[in-house]
Design a protein around this ligand. Structure first.
Ligand SMILES: CC(C)(COP(=O)(O)OP(=O)(O)OC[C@H]1O[C@@H](n2cnc3c(N)ncnc32)[C@H](O)[C@@H]1OP(=O)(O)O)[C@@H](O)C(=O)NCCC(=O)NCCS
Length: 172
């Protein structure tokens, strides 16, 4: 989507929907993923992920007016195994960022993996990803590990990866 952020009116929370993402959503999620991450994930890999029974996936859509189709705005995918879960990816497309959609997606996954029996939720995030770090801190994630030089940027710079964890019994 190439529409500039300033062309969007403020989002009315009543028009934001979180939907379970099934395999049919792979193409839509792949397009959003490619706009946010480098390298992007292949549509087929996403489809395989979405049909895995341990996967929980959410798609956010925003209806900009009372009528017309809702625009895809974000996604979040986690995997649960026994009492541990991991957020594999989460993203909100640029025009819809900083409007509370990322928090809704993350909280939706927290609830989903808790229902599946997870007690702790893990994720990895680059040390220079201020927006994601802000989101995770607001949800009580804590640093439990670090991989030095894990991410290589296009300009050749390296960034550490932090492993964060959240005790789902304490989640807000
Ligand atoms: C990280 C991301 C998912 C956040 O989604 P979002 O919808 O923009 O976030 P929200 O509006 O729900 O913000 C929730 C909190 O995150 C933090 N946050 C979000 N954007 C931020 C920014 N640009 N700078 C600092 N903190 C930010 C704030 O604490 C914010 O709470 P506040 O608005 O009450 O201050 C989004 O920025 C994104 O898709 N980034 C690119 C992909 C990515 O990096 N994914 C994470 C990989 S680990």
């Amino acid at each position: 989507m190439t529409v500039k952020q300033e062309t969007y009116p403020p989002i009315d929370g009543r028009y934001v929907s979180l939907l379970w993402a099934e395999a049919e959503a792979a193409q839509e999620i792949a397009a959003m993923h490619a706009a946010l991450f480098d390298p992007p994930w292949e549509e087929d890999s996403l489809r395989n992920m979405l049909i895995d029974p341990g996967t929980s996936a959410l798609l956010a859509r925003v209806r900009l007016r009372n009528v017309g189709p809702a625009a895809p705005a974000g996604f979040a995918i986690s995997r649960t195994a026994a009492d541990e879960a991991e957020i594999l990816t989460i993203g909100v497309t640029a025009p819809f960022q900083r409007r509370g959609i990322g928090r809704r997606l993350a909280q939706g996954l927290l609830r989903a993996v808790t229902t599946l029996g997870a007690k702790r939720l893990f994720l990895e995030v680059a040390t220079d990803n201020e927006s994601a770090l802000g989101l995770y801190r607001s949800l009580n994630f804590e640093e439990v590990g670090r991989r030095e030089g894990y991410y290589k940027r296009r300009d050749g710079m390296m960034a550490d990866a932090l492993t964060l964890s959240c005790d789902l019994n304490q989640a807000p």
